[in-house]
Ligand binder design. Structure first.
Ligand SMILES: C[S@@+](CC[C@H](N)C(=O)[O-])C[C@H]1O[C@@H](n2cnc3c(N)ncnc32)[C@H](O)[C@@H]1O
Length: 200
């Protein structure tokens, strides 16, 4: 979906469900960050969540593979932006204490790329740091496979591409192999918001 359409649908003119999801996710993120957090959003898109966290005076960076989305992000928020594939995060080891992966997991459908992205996230987060994830879970959708499948409806919009969706425990198991443990979560319908901690 085009960056401006996504922005309008989920943030500028959200429907009731998207509004409730956005409010719940915002309070979930704010619960797990502080003024001293150094935050990286991976797949920051047009920068909606970067704007939310910069309001807390945090030090925020965003990376995205899509130049057009970064142009929009650049107009709307004050964090630092980098055009990059999440497979290679251009940051030093342990240089952040919070990583945000918000509605981005489903777009990384290739298993090898996904494993590489998690390896990179584990590298740039300091011991005890948080990985905050927003994603859709499969078990409310009929025909969903264990890890990913084709053509799911994402927040009411049919994306005609392969999307990665996890079932109940599969994301926890996957992240445990990268030394992350789930500490907190909330749900709104089929949307899950989770906080994983590194190395605990
Ligand atoms: C559904 S959008 C979510 C954007 C933003 N996190 C939000 O919640 O508004 C997913 C974003 O992930 C980005 N993305 C997908 N694969 C990526 C990759 N390999 N590296 C960096 N960004 C990626 C897309 O370009 C897109 O901006």
């Amino acid at each position: 979906m085009h960056a401006e359409d996504y922005e309008a649908l989920f943030y500028k003119f959200p429907n009731q469900t998207a509004k409730q999801e956005n409010e719940t996710l915002e309070s979930f993120i704010l619960k797990h960050i502080s003024k001293t957090s150094r935050i990286l959003e991976i797949g920051c898109g047009s920068g909606h969540w970067m704007k939310v966290v910069t309001m807390r005076n945090c030090n925020v960076f965003g990376i995205d593979i899509d130049y057009d989305r970064l142009i929009l992000a650049n107009k709307s928020q004050k964090g630092k932006l980098v055009l990059s594939d999440a497979k290679h995060l251009p940051f030093r080891d342990a240089s952040f204490n919070v990583a945000l992966l918000l509605w981005t997991i489903q777009e990384i459908s290739d298993d090898l790329v996904f494993a590489r992205v998690l390896e990179e996230i584990a590298r740039i987060i300091a011991y005890g740091g948080n990985l905050i994830i927003a994603e859709n879970r499969t078990y409310n959708f009929s025909g969903a496979g264990e890890k990913s499948f084709l053509g799911i409806i994402h927040k009411g919009v049919l994306e005609n591409k392969r999307l990665r969706l996890f079932s109940k425990n599969s994301l926890d198991e996957c992240l445990e192999t990268f030394n992350f443990r789930r500490m907190d979560y909330e749900t709104v319908g089929d949307s899950f918001f989770e906080n994983y901690q590194m190395g605990t």
